[in-house]
Write a protein that binds this ligand. Structure first.
Ligand code: G3P
Ligand code: CA
Length: 303
């Protein structure tokens, strides 16, 4: 379903997709993931939504809303459709995880393997782009299975051009900085090598350093894995933004990083607690959240 939506002329694609989304909304398609029923019942999401409304006075009005892997609570993560839904929700940034294929093409994929999110298996570095294009991403929403191809970064840029801000995560490939140069070349090809259109993020200091050498004008975010955050290390890092998992965030940490002139962006790895955690860290005045529920975040900040 939806795999017919290509990357041709932008206006037609957006009009077509908006129509499909509208039909799904009318039919009640956009429900919580069936894999996570606790998100709407046992963990009280409905009450949280209600309480989130009208918190704008105390929450940051300048909060950067980053669509984590696109609108992944509505459609298959890291697909053109998930990005399109996020774009239509007018988020500040679309978050993209990069992986490299055997023939050195950049694709959007979070995991080290294709196993969890696609019909394939194995590491993307073991397959050519042509082989990966034979696969589909696959996910279940509202009891239905949805499929759509794994997008290349080229296809994403062709689809959204300068209409969005891309917040892109680089990784080492086989322990080396192999994806950074082709990534920069692709940004140049699409006239996107500008802070207005792109930010860089990575858990790898080596990758971030290479990105800074290649494009010093672009904002960089150093990410820390869950329970791997070290305040002194963050304060010493030559980056613009520190990215921290929510459970490692305290008011004191936010204050100390911001006093240095850096921003704090937060990501969430426990979907059972994410809504509560979003409210907590937004109240601390963090500068951005990698949200898995765009509408909820907008409600927290009164949008
Ligand atoms: O990129 C920020 C955040 O996405 C880090 O977590 O594992 O989802 O890439 P992950
Ligand atoms: Ca990421």
């Amino acid at each position: 379903m939806l795999s017919f939506i290509g990357v041709s002329a932008m206006p037609w694609r957006r009009i077509l997709l908006s129509s499909v989304i509208a039909i799904f909304m009318i039919s009640g398609f956009f429900e919580a993931k069936p894999q996570t029923p606790q998100a709407t019942s046992a963990y009280g999401a409905e009450a949280l939504y209600a309480r989130a409304a009208g918190k704008s006075e105390s929450a940051s009005a300048d909060l950067e809303i980053i669509a984590h892997r696109g609108a992944n609570n509505i459609f298959n993560e890291h697909t053109l459709t998930a990005y399109e839904i996020a774009a239509d929700a007018e988020v500040d940034s679309i978050e993209i995880d990069l992986r490299m294929t055997k023939d050195h093409q950049l694709i959007a994929l979070h995991d080290t393997t294709l196993d969890r999110t696609t019909t394939g298996t194995g590491a993307p570095e073991e397959l050519t782009l042509n082989e990966i294009k034979q696969l589909d991403t696959v996910a279940v929403f509202g009891g239905k299975v949805y499929k759509e191809p794994v997008p290349t970064l080229n296809e994403i840029f062709a689809a959204f051009a300068q209409e969005e801000h891309y917040y892109i995560e680089t990784r080492l490939v086989g322990g080396d900085t192999k994806m950074e140069e082709p990534f920069i070349h692709l940004l140049e090809e699409y006239d996107l090598l500008d802070p207005e259109y792109v930010s860089f993020q990575s858990f790898s200091k080596e990758s971030l350093q290479k990105m800074q050498e290649l494009a010093p004008e672009i904002r960089t975010t150093l990410l820390y894995g869950t329970d791997k955050f070290e305040l002194e290390d963050a304060l010493n890092a030559d980056v613009d933004v520190i990215g921290i998992e929510s459970r490692n965030i305290t008011q004191d940490i936010v204050d100390k990083i911001q006093q240095q002139g850096k921003e704090v962006h937060v990501f969430f790895t426990d979907e059972r607690t994410q809504l509560v955690e979003q409210q907590r860290v937004i109240m601390y005045g963090v500068d951005g959240v990698f949200t898995d529920d765009i509408e909820f975040t907008k409600q927290v900040i009164g949008q």
